[in-house]
Every structure is written in structure tokens, then in C-alpha cells.
Design a protein around this ligand. Structure first.
Ligand SMILES: [Fe+2]
Length: 137
């Protein structure tokens, strides 16, 4: 399996559970990448998209719960971004099977860009906030 997105320690939000989630999320993106590259069947792709969707929702809920618990002021903004990601994912899941090649490229670059930006910029803010307020998880 080829890695389309690679984890590196600069992505760490210094919360072990969230780092593990982010790694698993990247794993789902890489699974999708490999399935597209190997021209897997629509059934296989649909299953991968479903798994990615389920994992995204699981991860986002866990993250939002953590932010809520510790009164993180950027929660609203995070929820907005999470909803937008899930919406986009659902739209791609539908389109992936129509104009396959073009949509596959768009889906993959969206996933990569969104996710890496989200971890490095948006999630980093709660990481900094927790550190500044001496919140240990
Ligand atoms: Fe996250």
C-alpha cells in the first residue's frame, strides 16, 4: 500500500487519543487513494467511503466532546468545519461513481488538503489552548 498522506510529528496536537484518531483518519484516506489507484469496484469504493464517513463522524464527535468539556472557545468554528467536511464527503461519495477519474482526483486532493490544514491549523488551536490553560488529557 502506498501512502498518499504521511503522518509526521509536526501534526501532533499533543493529545494521545486525538493523534491516534488523526493517524487512523489518514489511514482511511490512504485506503481510499489505493483503492482508486487500483481501480477497485464501485462496491469496494462505496464501502471505503462509508467507513471514512463513519470514522469522520466518530472522530469529530470525540473532538467536539473534548472541546466542550474544557470550554474551548473555538468549538463553534470547529463544529462548522466538521459539518462542512462531512457534507463534502457525502457529495463526493455520490459523484465519485459518475465522472469517476475527474471526481476521484478532486476527492483525493480535497481530503488531503482539508485534513492536513485542519490538523495543522485548526486543531492546533485547541492544542495550544489546552496547553495554555494547563489542561492535561
Ligand atoms: Fe481533528
Amino acid at each position: 500500500m502506498v501512502d498518499f498522506v504521511c503522518w509526521n510529528d509536526t501534526y501532533s496536537v499533543h493529545i494521545r487519543e486525538m493523534d491516534t484518531h488523526h493517524r487512523t483518519f489518514i489511514g482511511h484516506i490512504n485506503t481510499l487513494y489505493n483503492a482508486i489507484m487500483h481501480k477497485e469496484t464501485d462496491t469496494a469504493l462505496a464501502k471505503i467511503m462509508q467507513d471514512l464517513h463513519a470514522y469522520a463522524q466518530y472522530h469529530f464527535s470525540a473532538e467536539e466532546e473534548l472541546m466542550l468539556k474544557h470550554n474551548y472557545p473555538g468549538l463553534k468554528q470547529q463544529v462548522k468545519q466538521h459539518i462542512a467536511f462531512v457534507d463534502k464527503l457525502e457529495a463526493f461519495a455520490v459523484m465519485l461513481f459518475k465522472e469517476k477519474d475527474e471526481r476521484a482526483r478532486e476527492t483525493l486532493s480535497f481530503m488531503k488538503d482539508w485534513f492536513l490544514y485542519h490538523i495543522r491549523v485548526v486543531d492546533k488551536k485547541y492544542s495550544d489552548y489546552f496547553a495554555e490553560h494547563n489542561i492535561t488529557i
